[in-house]
Design a protein around this ligand. Structure first.
Ligand code: C2E
Ligand code: CA
Ligand code: CA
Ligand code: CA
Length: 277
């Protein structure tokens, strides 16, 4: 087998250039595949500058019966065009909360981040789905971070604020994913219950050599300091990138340098052994 999560079966290779017929086929196969249990949860660890594992991001994969492990870049955008993204999103949240609860029973404070698609979040039932998953799994809300994007926040702000406040009151945390790639207005950061900013990997990777990316990273860190937000850098691949970040501020690292996404059960077994549970 290839490296976890990095296999791209030829059939699904052209993630951007799918024809309508291919997209339709992927949608149909995914719709049938989710109830058959074909989704897989992968986890990628996040580390503090001192090397403590402080959490992990949940990243979905699709174990296709013929085509092997399919990356989310191929099927998440297609799922996002219909309510399939709701089904997928609930499955991922359920798995993540189940793992949080399993870890907690072993005395381990596992914190997981889950990607939330705007289409899923905008559904009126979103908050009740989240509460239902928390109730059923027994996961502690404070161990769950929802990663949303700036694009979500831009439209229908009052509805988004109300929903976020309600979930935040339960203890759920919010992170702005791909921060810096969307709109430039920062006013919403004060209005919304946001706990964390995630610096997109394009900035992280270029910052050591590109002065404008470096300035952007420094600005994000300054904003985060002002508003007392946690910062996670994604896509850290080299020691040079990690050192650059550490020299500029307090940053949690996520990237291939520290660990690739791996199947959740493998990852949990390894991690609980290391944590001495
Ligand atoms: P994202 O949320 O920005 O996730 C980070 C992506 O960067 C992941 O790709 C991760 O594997 C990859 N990555 C992590 N470290 C490194 C690194 O050091 N170098 C490089 N080059 N890449 C790194 P992945 O798992 O293929 O996911 C792609 C996108 O698919 C995610 O981007 C997210 O937008 C979406 N996605 C993944 N899982 C879910 C999910 O459960 N729900 C939703 N709605 N979207 C998801
Ligand atoms: Ca993410
Ligand atoms: Ca990203
Ligand atoms: Ca993203």
């Amino acid at each position: 087998a290839k490296e976890s999560g990095e296999s791209h079966p030829a059939f699904f290779e052209a993630s951007m250039g799918e024809t309508a017929a291919e997209s339709f086929r992927i949608e149909r196969e995914l719709r049938a595949g989710i109830p058959r249990g074909e989704l897989r949860l992968f986890l990628q660890p996040q580390f503090s500058a001192s090397g403590d594992m402080v959490g992990a991001e949940a990243l979905v994969r699709w174990q296709h019966p013929q085509r092997g492990l399919v990356a989310p870049g191929v099927f998440v955008p297609i799922a996002e065009e219909s309510d399939l993204i709701v089904e997928l999103g609930i499955w991922v949240m359920n798995e993540a909360c189940r793992l949080i609860a399993v870890a907690a029973r072993q005395g381990l404070p596992l914190a997981l981040s889950v990607n939330i698609s705007p289409r899923h979040f905008r559904r009126p039932e979103f908050n009740s789905w989240v509460r239902e998953v928390l109730d059923r799994t027994g996961a502690e809300p404070a161990r769950l971070t929802l990663e949303i994007t700036e694009g979500l926040i831009i439209d229908n702000v009052s509805d988004v604020v109300a929903k976020m406040n309600e979930l935040s009151a339960l203890g759920i945390r919010f992170s702005i994913d791909d921060f810096g790639t969307g709109y430039s207005s920062l006013a919403y950061l004060k209005r919304l219950p946001i706990d964390e900013l995630k610096i997109d990997k394009t900035f992280v990777q270029d910052a050591p050599h590109d002065p404008s990316d470096a300035a952007l990273v420094e600005t994000i860190l300054a904003v985060a300091r002002q508003l007392q937000l946690k910062v996670v850098a994604e896509g850290v691949e080299t020691a040079e990138q990690a050192e650059f970040l550490n020299s500029r501020g307090k940053v949690v690292h996520q990237g291939y340098l520290f660990g690739r996404p791996a199947p959740a059960d493998e990852w949990m077994a390894r991690w609980t052994a290391k944590a001495g549970a």
